[in-house]
Design a protein around this ligand. Structure first.
Ligand code: FES
Ligand code: FES
Length: 178
């Protein structure tokens, strides 16, 4: 067993883990943060996506010991108290989820991507490249793309009017179609 210290959602945390313990298992079983969902546990689906020092990683493929000394952000750390993150509000507004199993992973994937590339939504191909990292079996991705554009605009301090996009036949994604 190995003692590690890390920061999770801004809080210093300590844990004792086996060298083979995944970051996902540490978060879910060790720290009680079950918002990070486990789908395939093989690095394919992306449902377990969290931010490690601001970059999206698969928590099922990341060892807990690799997170020692680093900063982890999970879906539980997205909202600011009672105030939802713009991505969470956009997912609700744009019907970007059905069963919701994939949603924490998409939220964290986009949180990391939009922090690194605030104008990601303006490049349809690039946005699709990012979203292709994660699997959703319910939505067909239309609402997720629209939510990404919606949140990106709000994070830039711009108004987002999906009616304009719909009138242009662009499904709410500026400059693109599904
Ligand atoms: S559970 Fe981690 S990628 Fe599927
Ligand atoms: S909302 Fe069900 S898998 Fe994405």
């Amino acid at each position: 067993m190995t003692d590690i210290e890390l920061t999770v959602n801004g809080e210093p945390r300590r844990a004792t883990v086996e060298p083979r313990t995944s970051l996902a298992d540490l978060l879910r079983d060790g720290l009680g943060l079950t918002g990070t969902t486990l789908g395939c546990e093989h690095g394919v689906c992306g449902s377990c996506t969290v931010l490690l020092d601001g970059a999206a990683v698969r928590a099922c493929l990341t060892l807990a010991v690799q997170a020692a000394g680093h900063e982890v952000r999970t879906v539980e750390g997205l909202a600011d108290g009672d105030r939802l993150h713009p991505l969470q509000e956009a997912f609700a507004a744009e019907h970007a989820l059905q069963c919701g199993f994939c949603t924490p992973g998409f939220l964290m994937l986009l949180a990391g991507a939009l922090a690194a590339e605030p104008e990601l939504d303006r490049d349809e191909r690039r946005l699709d490249q990012v979203l292709a990292s994660n699997l959703c079996r319910c939505t067909g991705y239309v609402g997720i793309r629209r939510a990404a554009a919606h949140a990106a605009a709000r994070l830039r301090g711009e108004a987002y009017d999906d009616r304009e996009a719909d009138e242009d036949g662009e499904d709410g994604v500026p400059g693109g179609s599904v």
